[in-house]
Design a protein around this ligand. Structure first.
Ligand SMILES: Nc1ncnc2c1ncn2[C@@H]1O[C@H](COP(=O)(O)OP(=O)(O)OP(=O)(O)O)[C@@H](O)[C@H]1O
Ligand SMILES: [Mg+2]
Length: 537
């Protein structure tokens, strides 16, 4: 799949240098890779490149040779200020020294001094940890991108000679295989990719896609923020929601270069909101299979959890990984849990949540990489209004409780999943008896009934299911008011995921049958029949 490319990090640094940015912070755990890019850049631009570390002082690695024995951080900055000519200076792992007020002061002086020269100073560190006094002096912070396809392929080719000759031949003669292998390791650093290839070579004597993906899954999980999902849910596992499904099916090839050439914009993402248990998460997972794209699940809560890194850094890392794996789907489940406090964030966390949220919104709107965002939420009232403005998501879908037809297909799916023939069941009666049940509750009913049947030595049957249903009180009964208010909200702001909007308490629903309280029916009273109340859009 070819895709639009954003500016590479090397290109970005080049622009910054041309624009005479004097003090730049580069965040990356991949020191060697970043320095290699900088070296190439300096060779192209005929600049000297000097790299400093506390253990070795300065060493010239492009357009010149030699070392300078200045290990002291203060003296290192002095050297940069005094040095002659066009040059780039890299300070490795400098952040621990920024605890010293004198070092910070000297760095600020350097930022001012260097502006008048053709020299730039780069602080290269695995983390972004800038003391507030220095923030204004650092003219740019650049998060170095993860390796692209070409770089990952190089890593694979390094390991390739270790494979048996016959296997090497097979891989070399099948460009698609190499492409898939490379794709499998996208999102990793170069060292990680090399390790993954090496492990696959040792274990399977070839580049085994499953081993590679399994390793990648582990590495991504270790970051603590993202989870890499396999395609386990099929799109046909999702019952109902025809409008939403059509929308997604229509965009199945929208990430191809053919779609770009045709003039189609890159799909940005969708927000799925609605009643609990209606299949929002299920749909997100199924889109991965439909579009044949990797799915990354983001735990928004962990961005702010404080267990891993700073919130800002966490958000940047998530975006970086998603962009490296792209085309990919970034699934943000329960969005409201992470971003609900944006308005009050100033008073509670010094504005961190709002800042991280703002950077997420900007990325969502401006991204040029094919990362499709599927956000799901069920408390609409906690969502920051900025998120809902036009241009953020392509579409906001409201997932309501399933109507008659949708219940039919959901029950069908779950009966089939239990390897029974839906044709043996009286679907009309089941559909009739499940007004107000969500997809999750329908699934739960099938499973519970299967237990009952097993226990009594029977098989799953219509009567058995009807019996089990009596014991399952749909959440819609206890959540009546919340659901109504959500529907109210969605009427003007969202598109219905299913063809026929439905809602309202029903005379022939659960309450009528099993005698639930009628006091919370709301002032509209019961709707005339099941499932067909049109919600105006
Ligand atoms: N439309 C549906 N078709 C088939 N199965 C469904 C559907 N909706 C729900 N289910 C079943 O219920 C399970 C739970 O649904 P899911 O987690 O997707 O709901 P949700 O809308 O994300 O709920 P929540 O708002 O609580 O997160 C699914 O894994 C699936 O088995
Ligand atoms: Mg969910």
């Amino acid at each position: 799949m070819t895709i639009e490319h954003k500016r590479s990090s090397k290109g970005e640094i080049e622009d910054l240098i041309k624009a005479r940015y004097s003090l730049i912070w580069i965040t990356s755990p991949e020191e060697t890779r970043v320095e290699e890019s900088l070296r190439k850049l300096c060779v192209e631009r005929e600049m000297r490149l000097e790299v400093w570390s506390i253990t070795e002082g300065f060493k010239t690695i492009a357009n010149g040779q030699g070392t300078r024995d200045v290990k002291d951080p203060m003296k290192a900055i002095d050297h940069v200020i005094r040095a002659e000519g066009r040059a780039l200076f890299v300070l490795r792992d400098f952040h621990p020294f920024l605890k010293e007020p004198a070092v910070v002061r000297r760095l600020r002086d350097a930022a001012t001094e260097l502006r008048k020269t053709k020299k730039s100073l780069l602080v290269l560190s695995p983390i972004t940890k800038i003391p507030p006094e220095l923030e204004k002096s650092i003219s740019a912070v650049l998060d170095w991108e993860l390796p692209n396809r070409a770089e990952i392929e190089q890593a694979a080719r390094k390991v390739l000679p270790n494979l048996p000759a016959a296997t090497q031949q097979v891989i070399e003669s099948d460009p698609q295989m190499m492409e898939r292998v490379v794709e499998g390791a996208l999102g990793l650093t170069l060292t990680e990719a090399e390790n993954v290839f090496a492990k696959s070579a040792v274990r399977t004597h070839t580049f085994d896609l499953e081993t590679i993906l399994e390793e990648k899954k582990q590495i991504i999980r270790k970051s603590g923020l993202l989870e890499y999902y396999e395609h386990r849910e099929e799109f046909s596992d999702v019952g109902g929601m025809e409008i939403l499904k059509d929308w997604l099916v229509k965009r199945r090839n929208a990430f191809s270069s053919r779609a770009r050439d045709f003039g189609l914009p890159l799909p940005k993402g969708i927000l799925l909101i609605g009643v609990p248990g209606t299949g929002k998460s299920l749909t997100a997972k199924a889109v991965g299979a439909l579009w044949q794209m990797p799915l990354l699940r983001l735990d928004v809560g962990k961005i702010f959890g404080g267990l891993v890194g700073s919130s800002e850094e966490n958000m940047r890392n998530v975006i970086k990984t998603a962009e490296a794996i792209a085309p990919a789907i970034l699934w943000i489940d329960e969005l409201e849990k992470g971003f609900s406090g944006t308005q009050s964030s100033g008073s509670t966390d010094g504005g961190t949540t709002s800042r991280v949220f703002a950077s997420f919104i900007t990325w969502l709107q401006e991204k040029t990489t094919p990362v499709f965002v599927i956000a799901t939420a069920n408390n609409v009232h906690q969502l920051p209004p900025e998120l809902l403005r036009k241009g953020r998501f392509d579409e906001i879908f409201f997932c309501d409780l399933p109507d008659r037809e949708d219940r039919r297909s959901i029950i069908d799916i779950h009966i089939r999943k239990k390897k029974r023939d839906p044709g043996q069941f009286d679907m009309d009666r089941l559909v009739e008896a499940t007004v107000d049940y969500s997809g999750a509750e329908l699934e739960q009913a099938v499973i519970a009934s299967l237990y009952d049947a097993f226990d009594t030595g029977n098989d799953l049957s219509t009567d058995g299911l009807l019996n089990t249903l009596k014991d399952i009180v749909p959440l819609a009964i206890t959540m009546r008011e919340q659901i109504e208010s959500m529907r109210e909200w969605a009427r003007t702001r969202a598109r219905m995921a299913a063809t026929r909007g439905r809602g309202g308490a029903k005379k022939e629903g659960w309450m009528a049958r099993y005698g639930a309280p009628s006091s919370n029916l709301g002032d509209k009273g019961p709707a005339p029949d099941d499932g067909d109340r049109k919600i105006e859009l």
